[in-house]
Design a binder for this molecule. Structure first.
Ligand code: GLA
Length: 377
């Protein structure tokens, strides 16, 4: 029996009805444009969060975590309502709230996506629970419906103004592919991302940095994009080309203009990256990753010294391209390089971080992996 099922039985005195898993993600390219209706190109990593769930005959909700053994969060169904606080359990409660479960549940969570690394451990948690609830309560929701629901849980219950990318890829990803997601209508295409046969690897560098700006900074960038849309009188930044946008520079204040400039150029880079992947042109892909990083660093200003040092060091070591991923102000960077460069690059980044008195970085690699699924019993 799986460890989580055994533990569930020990804690709650019965077997779980359903086990479901959902992965974290890395975004190849298309950063900070999901909330502007853009295209993004993330893939699921192999680390997942697994949840064990059983319905209860009453209205009690009990939530426990394999990682926090003493902590069982309890709440009655009728008390489910958005609330502030620090508890990780709000992500789980938010999903139960948004899906409108009609009985209590026991939930045990085994979160194996590294926390605080910008690899979407929160989306993995939300999507594993949504997948389990969809199955146990026979809700019949599609993957795009689950993506919208879990985003709403995070926006309205937890209070984080995230876009739709992380939940979508956690739910929809296919092994071996990156997910070209249209964030406007959630249609998607699987773009094969098999770099090992090309002698390449995508190194994920967790800088272990988490700067305080992260919460306010994200909302502020989002607000700038909304302001650009409102002032230009367009329906979204998706609906304007780079040239058209540049021609209207004088209509926007400098900060709003440059934030929107990141968005419109990044949208183009995603489509160019898909072309590069389809023609196995990894040199071009690397250039696009570099351009994306510069745009996030200089125009959108969501990078930080640790991310820049990781990227610069990887490039000095011969990486084809490197960039920060996720919301920024800390978290992880990715670097595309030849497999034989990986070890040397890791050592160089570790040394550079130590010389800069930064926390020691962590390194991961991951093949593009499967999206959320019920684990057969
Ligand atoms: C976070 C958010 C996503 C997305 C990225 C930046 O991961 O949760 O919705 O906006 O930042 O691309």
């Amino acid at each position: 029996m799986l460890e989580i099922a055994k533990r569930f039985h020990d804690l709650f005195g019965a077997a779980p009805e359903v086990l479901a898993a959902a992965p974290g993600r890395v975004n190849l390219i298309g950063e900070h444009i999901d909330y502007s209706d853009g295209f993004v190109l993330p893939f699921a990593i192999s680390d997942t969060t697994v949840v064990a769930l059983a319905k209860r005959p009453d209205d009690l909700i009990r939530i426990a975590s394999m990682q926090k053994s003493s902590d069982i969060v309890e709440m009655h169904l009728q008390d489910l309502a958005p609330h502030k606080g620090e508890s990780w359990a709000r992500y789980a409660l938010g999903v139960l709230w948004v899906l409108g479960v009609d009985s209590g549940v026991d939930l045990l969570i085994d979160g194996r996506v590294p926390l605080g690394a910008g690899l979407s451990s929160s989306a993995a948690l939300e999507c594993s629970i949504a997948t389990a609830v969809n199955h146990a309560f026979n809700l019949g929701l599609s993957l795009p419906e689950l993506a919208r629901a879990t985003q709403k849980a995070e926006n309205d219950y937890v209070g984080v103004p995230c876009g739709i990318m992380d939940q979508s890829v956690s739910l929809m990803a296919q092994p071996g592919s990156a997910l070209l997601l249209d964030c406007r209508d959630l249609s998607s295409e699987n773009i094969p991302f098999l770099i090992a046969p090309q002698g390449l690897e995508l190194l994920i560098i967790d800088t272990q940095a988490h700067h305080k700006l992260v919460d306010g900074g994200y909302a502020e960038r989002r607000a700038s994009c909304e302001k650009a849309v409102a002032e230009l009188g367009i329906s979204s930044l998706r609906d304007i080309s780079v040239a058209q946008y540049a021609a209207r520079q004088s209509e926007l204040d400098p900060v709003t203009y440059i934030r929107g400039f990141h968005a419109v150029t990044e949208m183009k880079r995603v489509l160019d990256a898909v072309e590069a992947l389809k023609s196995n042109n990894f040199t071009r892909l690397g250039e696009l990753l570099n351009q994306s990083h510069r745009s996030l660093r200089d125009d959108y200003t969501v990078s930080c010294p640790e991310l820049n040092l990781a990227v610069d060091t990887a490039l000095e070591q011969g990486a084809l391209g490197a960039r920060m991923v996720g919301g920024g102000f800390g978290g992880s960077a990715i670097a595309l390089m030849r497999t034989e460069q990986v070890k040397r690059c890791e050592s160089a980044i570790t040394k550079a971080f130590s010389e800069a008195n930064f926390k020691a970085p962590r390194f991961f690699t991951s093949l593009p992996s499967a999206g959320a699924h019920v684990i057969p019993s």
